[in-house]
Design a protein around this ligand. Structure first.
Ligand code: E4P
Length: 216
């Protein structure tokens, strides 16, 4: 399973990248706005900086919601760096645009996916990644990981090449459960990745080893 970090914060991207386990980055307009990135030039430069920091797929999201607008914006984003993956919302024109990008050699990540039916459409259009938002599904009283399992199962039996990218991860347990049910990628906040490191018995065990090391 690949690990992406879900942020536009350069310090967090650097910290995760230095662990040596990072395979890519996902961003979205909310994450970019949180970092105060404003205006087309600043947005493009920020994506370029991330591409230069991390050797992996970097998702950059379009703002347009009509076919022509999505295609034009996606072409500009894809031209920033070969590692850019154009993130497109799960809407009718989004699916049409994903098919256009597929036919024209531009890789895509279909975002805001909340059902298996939507995931089937993404795969049929040739999306590189499908992003089901599991945390938001949990928040609405359903089981996000169950959706990941369902989509992974459908893709496997149908031979779809689209990779299941579990998004809206809220904690380390989400990552473990997504790995269990066959997600190809998890995109996670830094604290969820760091949460995988933690176990109280590790801390207790290390303290004891360090204490005993003084007697060696
Ligand atoms: C996916 O790529 C999105 O950026 C993200 O995972 C959304 O997560 P949220 O529900 O925490 O906003």
């Amino acid at each position: 399973m690949k690990f992406f970090i879900d942020t536009a914060n350069l310090a967090q991207i650097k910290e995760a990248n230095e662990l040596g386990i990072l395979d890519g980055v996902t961003t979205n307009p909310s994450l970019m706005a949180k970092e105060g990135i404003k205006g087309t030039e600043a947005i493009m430069n920020h994506y370029k900086t991330i591409c230069e920091m991390v050797d992996g797929d970097i998702s950059a999201e379009v703002i347009a919601t009509d076919f022509n607008g999505i295609v034009e914006e996606g072409k500009k984003l894809a031209a920033i760096h070969p590692n850019i993956v154009v993130k497109v919302p799960m809407i009718k024109d989004g699916i049409k645009a994903i098919k256009w990008f597929t036919d024209n050699g531009i890789r895509t990540n279909c975002t805001l996916v909340f059902s298996a039916g939507q995931a089937i459409l993404c795969a049929k259009a040739g999306a590189t990644y499908v992003s089901p938002f599991i945390g938001r599904i949990d928040d609405s009283g359903w089981d996000g990981v169950q959706l990941i399992e369902q989509i992974a199962h459908i893709y496997a039996i149908q031979g779809f090449k689209t990779q299941v990218l579990a998004a809206s991860i809220r904690n380390a347990n989400h990552i473990i459960r997504c790995a269990e049910v066959g997600a190809h990628v998890c995109t996670c906040p830094l604290d969820s990745i760091m949460g995988l490191l933690k176990h109280p018995l590790t801390d207790i065990g290390l303290a004891k080893f360090l204490e005993d090391a003084k007697k060696m």
